[in-house]
Design a protein around this ligand. Structure first.
Ligand SMILES: CC(C)(COP(=O)(O)OP(=O)(O)OC[C@H]1O[C@@H](n2cnc3c(N)ncnc32)[C@H](O)[C@@H]1OP(=O)(O)O)[C@@H](O)C(=O)NCCC(=O)NCCS
Length: 142
């Protein structure tokens, strides 16, 4: 299995895996998103490629905030449900750490839905520690 940067041609497989997270998207929509992301130096999408299918993906981005120094946030991660517990998530995080460290960052952050207690255990195992809990609020605008 190879961890490599995502290509537009991965759209269909990335969509399939996103469906497992509950964020299904048309492959064409995914291709558009990947096209946007791959043009931005401050974003990275890695995939775990078995040779004939993708086993997982991760997306991370540099966050620039008024109130804090820049840091890297993992904004999405999923491993194929048939291949969990095989070290793929760990490898995707490790590659993202290399990318962040090479860009001079010293911190990775991730936000997880409170209902994903499994994910919290995974992140804890990899050295992430809980720093705060938040509410996320949306407002529809015309
Ligand atoms: C969370 C997820 C990415 C983990 O990926 P994975 O490939 O199964 O994890 P790994 O096999 O690399 O596990 C790495 C370590 O975490 C531990 N771990 C993984 N899942 C765990 C769980 N549910 N509970 C406790 N520990 C867990 C493993 O035991 C392993 O520890 P070790 O290497 O010290 O033995 C995967 O389960 C997944 O895609 N879940 C659904 C989507 C999701 O929750 N994404 C995160 C949202 S931000």
């Amino acid at each position: 299995m190879l961890i490599r940067t995502a290509l537009i041609s991965d759209s269909h497989e990335i969509s399939r895996l996103s469906g497992e997270l509950g964020y299904a998207a048309e492959a064409s929509q995914m291709a558009e998103r990947l096209r946007d992301l791959t043009e931005q130096r401050d974003n990275i999408v890695y995939v775990a490629d078995s040779g004939n299918q993708l086993l997982g993906w991760i997306h991370a981005q540099v966050r620039v905030l008024v109130e804090a120094p820049r840091f890297v946030e993992i904004t999405g991660l999923v491993v194929d449900s048939a291949h969990r517990g095989e070290g793929i998530g760990r490898q995707l995080i490790a590659q993202t750490e290399v990318w962040a460290a090479q860009s001079g960052f010293t911190k990775l952050r991730v936000r997880t839905n409170q209902k994903r207690s499994d994910a919290v255990q995974f992140y804890n195992r990899l050295g992430f520690v809980l720093v705060k809990s938040q509410h996320i609020l949306d407002k529809s605008i015309e």
